[in-house]
Design a protein around this ligand. Structure first.
Ligand SMILES: Nc1ncnc2c1ncn2[C@@H]1O[C@H](COP(=O)(O)OP(=O)(O)OP(=O)(O)O)[C@@H](O)[C@H]1O
Ligand SMILES: [Mg+2]
Length: 243
């Protein structure tokens, strides 16, 4: 059963076809790894799925409903959330407030808002303790290390409890220990039945975490299937070596 699909999805920037007739599907409750050379359209896919960039053509189907435009304010209702390849936090807010702010937003979390400030504070504590950032709760996001910033961004996603989670290179540039922490969090998201899209260049992590792998090339679909089978394909290996 597919919770999210793209149908002949197109996104152009002038003459550049970042997404070129892309038709792919994401199974509910599974982790789909998305790989492909630099510039193959992976981040653009996430930008279009989250309404940060307008669709040029085709459609996105969320929970069976076909959409030709997605507005960012609809994301909570659609149950979609994301992280950014270039970490985006509220730099002048504390670590705690970076989590609190997403719990206070409109949408499905409104229920939490209504439930009371105390409930939200408990949720902040719960997720920060889980990832080991509770001791840092009063620090400004700006003062965290790169790895802690990546961790805080994914913690925010964890706190939001959305059904569809788009992770754009969550491991990029991280030390081994932090990679382990984030692998653990992704494991928990899987165990909670979340649908996860994971963009990643590290093939060992893709192999370890993915139920299904999609390979993009030049804005289109090059290959898809089980990780071991896909990663052994010559055309896939060539697409990477050809960079
Ligand atoms: N805002 C933009 N304006 C113009 N061109 C863009 C824009 N965003 C992306 N592109 C182009 O679209 C293509 C796809 O870029 P995208 O960032 O989606 O690739 P990617 O697969 O995420 O690459 P990477 O692995 O390096 O992150 C590239 O040719 C890129 O230069
Ligand atoms: Mg990218």
């Amino acid at each position: 059963m597919y919770i999210l699909e793209t149908k002949n999805l197109k996104k152009s920037f002038g003459g550049v076809h970042a997404l070129n007739d892309l038709s792919i599907s994401f199974a509910k409750g599974k982790l789909t790894g998305i790989i492909g050379p630099n510039g193959s359209g992976k981040t653009t896919l996430v930008n279009v799925l989250t309404g940060m960039q307008a669709i040029t053509g085709g459609a996105v189907v969320v929970g069976g409903k076909s959409l030709h435009a997605i507005r960012p304010e609809e994301l909570p209702r659609l149950g979609i959330t994301r992280t950014f390849q270039d970490v985006r936090l509220f730099e002048q807010m504390t670590v705690g407030d970076n989590i609190m702010v997403v719990l206070t937003a409109r949408g499905p979390y409104a229920a939490l808002t209504e439930r009371s400030e105390r409930k939200r504070e408990e949720r902040v504590k719960e997720v920060l303790e889980k990832v080991g950032l509770w001791e840092k709760r009063h620090q400004l996001a700006y003062n965290l290390s790169y790895g802690q910033r990546k961790l805080l961004e994914i913690t925010r996603v964890l706190a939001m409890d959305a059904d569809i989670i788009l992770l754009d290179e969550p491991f990029a540039g991280l030390f081994k220990e932090m990679v382990k922490v984030i692998v653990h969090i992704i494991g928990e998201l899987k165990a909670a039945g979340k649908t996860v899209l994971l963009i990643e260049h590290n093939m060992d992590l893709i192999r370890e975490l993915s139920d299904h792998v999609i390979v993009m090339d030049a804005g289109g679909l090059l290959a898809e299937g089980k990780p071991d089978a896909v990663l052994a394909r010559h055309d896939v290996i060539e697409a990477y070596l050809g960079e």
